[in-house]
Design a protein around this ligand. Structure first.
Ligand code: DUC
Ligand code: ZN
Ligand code: ZN
Length: 468
């Protein structure tokens, strides 16, 4: 008697290193055996399917307040249901500190929002918007020790931006506590300058968001963040890299042996600045307003090269959903200027299918690279490996069964998020998740979430970015 609770039988196991035929035996929510002809109390036939480590989306925004009071389209329930349907078993949302707020109180607030509502596992990154002596000296060190081992800083947005001195202070704490800093690298003053100029010229349609958030401003901020990290000698992750110019800064840093990691997202391989034109330079372009904005075909080609050659460690959705109706993006203020359009687009459910279809199915990246970018590397970078991101004895039985031949379009009508549109409507996809298991329990099947929320919050260890 094997004592296995469940066997995933007859599938093709894919990890970041290998592809091989095997059964996977699960006991008490963990992988207990990998072999052939396994038997257990229950069985799932995975013939013809790939068996992948569950997707880990390391960059999602759920139930975050905004400065103008706009409500995000997903809370923890709907966002993690959508994530599960899209083949994910863990997501890393943000706990956003409002200026004046204690970071500890902020974290407790997000735990209240998440508690009992999560269909995938979750683990919070902290957003540090107010690095007071109390935050730097007491709260951050204590929170890192409690397993919140990553935080994000912003180089733009009036209510979030840190100046260079503050960024250096946060980097110092990160180095001391061995926490990983994620940087939103766009130059605030350059964006403000361009915004003022465009508005003065009457160029206020959503399209001009893409002009105001120029790639030069992203390149400059990326270089500045890298230089600050070099001064302090701390690893960083440049998140949501949109194009060739900032990517070249990351390659420049890597060539000098600096510990600079990088993330890119679906919008930068599928959308361009032209999408922000909408139908005829109209408000429809607001569907694609995110920061940094999508660039051009040359940048898309550069990003693909970076996904192939290892410049990018991780591929995340930057899911940041606002409805396109009057409760989200379409307000009188937003129609008066692009600068009031909430920045962000949905994508947690479509991240894996897009990279699989555009990458693996079209022969641009290997299956191993797909798994590395979407599961194994996020686990390594954010202190979850090998409990997550691997198919190995003892790891959590977080698995995604994938049909590499299933072909259908992305359609809003089929998605489970709280948003009322997808920026990827009509995109033809070959390769979809057909079943998602969290610790051996099915949490989604054939594009629909199932079961009660059983996701947990994960305390994380130190990032492998600190490995010698
Ligand atoms: N930064 C993000 O990380 N997500 C959405 C908007 C933004 O500016
Ligand atoms: Zn950002
Ligand atoms: Zn984001």
């Amino acid at each position: 008697m094997s004592g296995l609770d469940l066997v995933i039988a007859g599938g093709t196991v894919v990890t970041a290193a290998d592809t091989y035929a095997a059964d996977i035996g699960i006991r008490d929510g963990r992988i207990a055996q990998i072999g052939h002809n396994l038997s257990g109390a229950d069985r799932i036939d995975a013939t013809g399917l790939l068996v992948l480590p569950g997707g880990i989306d390391a960059h999602v925004h759920l139930d975050q307040p905004t400065s103008d009071g706009t409500t995000m389209a997903d809370d923890f329930a709907s966002g993690t249901r959508s994530a599960a349907a899209g083949g994910n078993t863990t997501v890393l949302p943000f706990a956003l500190q409002i200026r004046g707020q204690s970071l500890r109180a902020c974290v407790e607030d997000y735990h209240r929002k998440a508690q009992g509502n999560c269909h995938t596992d979750v683990s919070f990154h902290l957003i540090v918007s107010d690095p007071t002596p109390q935050v730097l000296g007491q709260e951050l060190p204590a929170l890192v020790r409690d397993g919140y081992t990553s935080f994000k800083v912003f180089m733009t947005y009036d209510d979030l931006v840190l100046n260079d001195a503050q960024i250096l202070d946060v980097f110092e704490v990160a180095r001391r506590e061995r926490a990983l800093v994620m940087v939103h690298a766009e130059g605030h003053d350059a964006i403000r300058h361009l915004t003022r100029r465009l508005e003065a010229e009457g160029r206020t349609a959503p399209y001009y968001h893409g002009q105001a958030h120029a790639q030069i401003a992203e390149r400059e901020a990326t270089h500045r963040a890298i230089s600050h990290a070099q001064l302090i000698d701390v690893p960083v992750v440049i998140v949501h890299v949109s194009g060739r110019d900032p990517m070249e800064q990351i390659q420049w840093a890597r060539a000098r042996g600096l510990k600079v990691h990088a993330e890119t997202c679906p919008q930068y391989i599928t959308l361009t600045a032209d999408d922000l034109r909408g139908l005829d330079m109209d408000f429809d372009g607001a569907r694609y307003v995110c920061s940094p904005p999508p660039r051009d075909a040359d940048s898309q080609a550069a990003i693909w090269q970076g996904l192939r050659d290892g410049t990018f460690d991780i591929f995340s959705s930057d899911h940041c959903p606002f409805r396109i109706d009057a409760t989200g993006k379409d307000t009188p203020r937003a129609r008066s200027s692009f600068k009031y359009v909430p920045n962000g687009i949905p994508g947690v459910e479509t991240r894996l299918p897009i990279l699989f279809s555009e990458g693996v199915s079209k022969g641009r990246i290997s299956l191993q690279r797909f798994v590395a970018l979407t599961s194994t590397n996020p686990a390594r970078l954010y202190g979850l490996y090998p409990q997550k991101g691997s198919i190995a004895i003892g790891a959590d039985a977080d698995l995604t069964l994938w049909d590499p031949t299933l072909t259908r379009q992305i359609r809003q009508a089929d998605l489970n998020h709280g948003c009322d549109y997808t920026p990827y409507e009509g995109l033809q996809i070959t390769g979809w998740p057909v079943r998602t298991l969290l610790r051996g329990q099915t949490i989604a099947q054939d594009g629909r979430p199932c079961g009660d929320p059983q996701g947990a919050h994960l305390a994380r260890g130190t990032s492998e970015a600190f490995a010698p």
